[in-house]
Design a protein around this ligand. Structure first.
Ligand SMILES: CC(C)(COP(=O)(O)OP(=O)(O)OC[C@H]1O[C@@H](n2cnc3c(N)ncnc32)[C@H](O)[C@@H]1OP(=O)(O)O)[C@@H](O)C(=O)NCCC(=O)NCCS
Length: 179
């Protein structure tokens, strides 16, 4: 992918972008189990699946994206929405790129699409969160220009973490990026 394509959020030839539908739910669930390199084991896979129920594909479809290969198989997805409660904010809830498609500009192309969509809707910042053990996600978001919000403690990797953010034992790292 060329530099220009990354800036405009274009995808390489053979990859097609569209909004997801509820019919994509089953394969997104499979991706949530398989694409994270076994992060968190079985419990991690189940937790990720439970974080993307069908409702996202019913009620947040037009702010979410899905990338398919020419043969129709799933290559990547982004689940995002415009905050209902904060008119300045848009939120990226989940992103995934298939393991043999990472580090080729697809994640950043999806993010740029979402940034443009959010900007067009008058949003001024993007927020998202991740788990402290997802080092790939932390590296990726930092590279994509996100700032890490100060937390309750700093972990051994120097990352600020919010303890029990999503419940007991569910620590999270918070990102924000101004548009
Ligand atoms: C994290 C993820 C979404 C990134 O998507 P991607 O398509 O691989 O990222 P890109 O190729 O667009 O990379 C964008 C930039 O981030 C950097 N980057 C991406 N993954 C990185 C990693 N693991 N470590 C360090 N830098 C990384 C790239 O080098 C690139 O920087 P550059 O422009 O200087 O080359 C993807 O790897 C993925 O889905 N991984 C598995 C699931 C996961 O962990 N998702 C995290 C979100 S919850």
């Amino acid at each position: 992918m060329t530099e220009g394509a990354l800036e405009t959020g274009e995808l390489a030839a053979g990859l097609a972008l569209r909004h997801p539908t509820p019919a994509d739910h089953v394969r997104i669930r499979v991706a949530l189990a398989d694409w994270w390199g076994g992060l968190g084991g079985e419990a991690g896979a189940r937790q990720r699946q439970s974080l993307v129920p069908r409702l996202f594909l019913q009620h947040f479809a037009d702010t979410s994206f899905l990338v398919e290969r020419a043969d129709g198989t799933l290559h990547a997805f982004l689940i995002g929405f415009l905050s209902q409660s904060d008119p300045d904010t848009a939120y990226i809830h989940f992103v995934g790129v298939c393991p043999d498609g990472t580090r080729s500009g697809v994640g950043s192309a999806l993010y740029r699409r979402f940034f443009a969509l959010a900007q067009e809707a008058g949003r001024r910042r993007i927020r998202c969160i991740t788990s402290p053990n997802n080092r790939n996600s932390i590296a990726y978001h930092t590279r994509m220009g996100f700032r890490l919000e100060p937390g309750d403690y700093v972990d051994e990797a120097g990352t600020p973490v919010h303890r029990d953010y999503d419940g007991s034992g569910l620590d999270r790292v918070l990102f924000v990026r101004e548009l």
